[in-house]
Design a protein around this ligand. Structure first.
Ligand code: RIB
Ligand code: CA
Length: 315
């Protein structure tokens, strides 16, 4: 871990695992959350914005800007994955009072472009929702691809099935065109997909420890995760839930969590009847290495990350 904190810009569709990531970023001494932006995905973008602002209030960080972004994909109608996983409010149907804080008024894409120029080479962009805002920012100013230090995104499924469809992971599936634009932009990308995030599972005993810690972040995660856990239990038979976004942020800050990764060419299926939104990575042993556009994480130390995450949120 370097002495300097990792400076991140997080683009999120604040649902439950987004909150796990954002609170970790706000509380970890190894991370400086420079700004947040919101995108539709788990829930409508306005609700994602409110959920994100509430997290800043919970940890007393009203100074961090939140810029609201896209409410629908680049192509196709406005819609969302549904309430089935994160709840109708994106926070486990806890129906918490609205935050007092307000979004900055800048759009997500404008904020992403502005920060690239204000802090060239300093910032890691961490998208943990659909990639619509990132694609719009690239359209506004393609030069940002050389101004961000790196992109570490939660998205894709490379050797495992999808979750939003048989073949596609939710963040990519929500906006495949945007994802292809992001993978084609020429910047350094680390893709943290379902291959590793579905092995980074938070269980009930850990949640009870978080609640017992009495910290504002621990109490909030405990109350918003019950519904998320129940949905996972209903589908998988075990009371444990994936910390997708939190692991992606953890890897952005500590690369030693990566146990196996491959540099390869990743494309996004845009036309397949059954496969639209699939991340098609060329993982063949004879694949030409110089055509790689992303580091795909295939194995990660989720257990060590969860221990670190628990320590940060409990103190
Ligand atoms: O597939 C998991 C991803 O989709 C996570 O980012 C989760 O928050 C949802 O957005
Ligand atoms: Ca997310």
């Amino acid at each position: 871990m370097s002495a300097e904190p990792t400076r991140v810009v997080i683009d999120c569709d604040t649902g439950v695992d987004d909150a796990m990531a954002i609170l970790y970023g706000l509380l970890s001494p190894e991370i400086d959350v420079v700004a947040l932006s919101t995108v539709w995905g788990n829930i409508w973008v306005e609700t994602c914005t409110a959920n994100t602002l509430r997290l800043l209030e919970i940890v007393g960080r009203p100074d961090i800007p939140v810029a609201e972004g896209a409410g629908k994909p680049l192509v196709g109608p406005k819609w969302r994955l549904g309430d089935g996983v994160h709840g109708a409010d994106g926070q486990g149907n806890t129906n918490l009072p609205p935050p007092k804080l307000r979004a900055s008024g800048e759009t997500a894409a404008e904020q992403i472009v502005r920060l690239a120029h204000e802090r060239p080479g300093e910032l890691v962009l961490v998208p943990i929702g659909p990639l619509t805002n990132i694609a719009v920012a690239l359209a506004l100013d393609p030069e940002i691809a050389s101004l961000y230090r790196e992109v570490v995104l939660m998205g894709g499924n490379f050797l495992v099935p999808g979750n939003a469809s048989r073949w596609a992971e939710a963040n990519i599936w929500h906006d495949p065109e945007a994802a292809q634009i992001v993978f084609d932009a020429g910047w350094p990308i680390t893709a943290v997909g379902l291959d590793v995030t579905l092995k980074c599972m938070l269980d009930q005993p850990k949640l009870e420890r978080l609640r017992a810690s009495g910290t504002p972040a621990g109490v909030h995660i405990d109350r918003i995760t019950d519904y998320y856990l129940t949905r996972y239990e209903a589908r998988r038979g075990r009371r444990e839930c994936a910390m997708h976004d939190a692991l992606a942020l953890g890897i952005a800050v500590d690369r030693t969590l990566i146990l196996n990764q491959r540099r390869c060419r990743v494309d996004v299926e845009l036309n397949g009847t059954h496969t639209r939104g699939m991340t098609a990575a060329d993982l063949r042993i004879w694949a030409p290495v110089d055509q790689g556009n992303a580091n795909v994480v295939l194995e990660a130390d989720g257990a060590r990350f969860i221990d670190r995450w628990m320590e940060i949120l409990s103190r």
